[in-house]
Write a protein of this length. Structure first.
Length: 247
């Protein structure tokens, strides 16, 4: 094949390693799939902000585009996430890795879903391995980089990245749960340079286990901005809200 495994890994590191933190202004368009999986309900596009800082701090704020009020505010550092829904005066604290339990699909949205989709993690050389699947003659043509890890005696597939076979542009990512089921399917389009660092400006996140998807369009990005610091990810319970601790 014209590109080697080393070429794919080099491209993945080139777009991942320089990203330390960022502030994104974007639009977000959510949709949910009915339980019978036959109908999809699209919700209105909202404005929003996404903040990230290495290694795993993320905050996502959804704004009403008409009155510029906060629809939701969620943040996570590590495994714990916090979610504030002002219109319902609710504040929730839970585990990012806990199974989705709400019948209201969008209530199962977690900061980790954005983190897993937006941040591209190359294989960890201390405990992960990678393999290449060459499908350059397929439909569509692509290379796939498979990343496995976990128990050294019984490694499992963790995530995979797809590449355009002509340009090596990263076109997608899948992540997998402990059982091997697909946790997320992400597509990347319209890569642009932000502060000299390439980043996709159109991102589609599909979460088949939770039956929802979110389309993100990046409008403005401040890459590695000093204004993004640990204090930006602190989300305290506002006065007058009801606290609910999720399993």
């Amino acid at each position: 094949m014209p590109f080697s495994q080393a070429d794919l890994l080099a491209r993945l590191h080139a777009v991942s390693d320089p990203v330390q933190r960022f502030l994104v202004r974007a639009t977000m368009s959510p949709s949910v799939e009915a339980e019978n999986r036959k109908t999809i309900t699209d919700y209105a596009t909202i404005n929003g902000y996404i903040l990230y800082e290495q290694p795993d701090s993320i905050r996502v704020i959804g704004m009403d585009p008409l009155v510029n009020s906060t629809i939701f505010d969620m943040s996570s550092v590590g495994r714990e996430f916090r979610l504030h829904i002002p219109s319902e005066k609710r504040f929730m604290i839970g585990d990012n890795q806990a199974p989705a339990a709400s019948k209201k699909k969008l209530e199962n949205l977690r900061p980790s879903a954005f983190l897993d989709a937006i941040i591209l993690h190359p294989p960890d050389e201390s405990g992960e391995i990678s393999l290449v699947q060459d499908d350059a003659d397929g439909t569509p043509p692509r290379y796939t980089l498979l990343v496995a890890g976990g128990d050294p005696k019984k490694p499992r597939l963790l995530r995979s990245f797809t590449f355009n076979p002509y340009t090596l542009e990263i076109t997608g990512q899948k992540t997998f749960g402990a059982s091997g089921a697909v946790a997320s399917i992400v597509t990347y389009e319209s890569w642009k340079n932000f502060g000299g660092i390439p980043f996709p400006s159109d991102i589609e996140i599909r979460r088949p286990q939770e039956s929802y998807e979110v389309q993100i369009r990046v409008l403005e990005m401040k890459m590695n901005s000093a204004s993004v610091n640990p204090a930006k990810f602190v989300l305290e319970q506002p006065a007058g809200t009801t606290l609910r601790r999720l399993p």
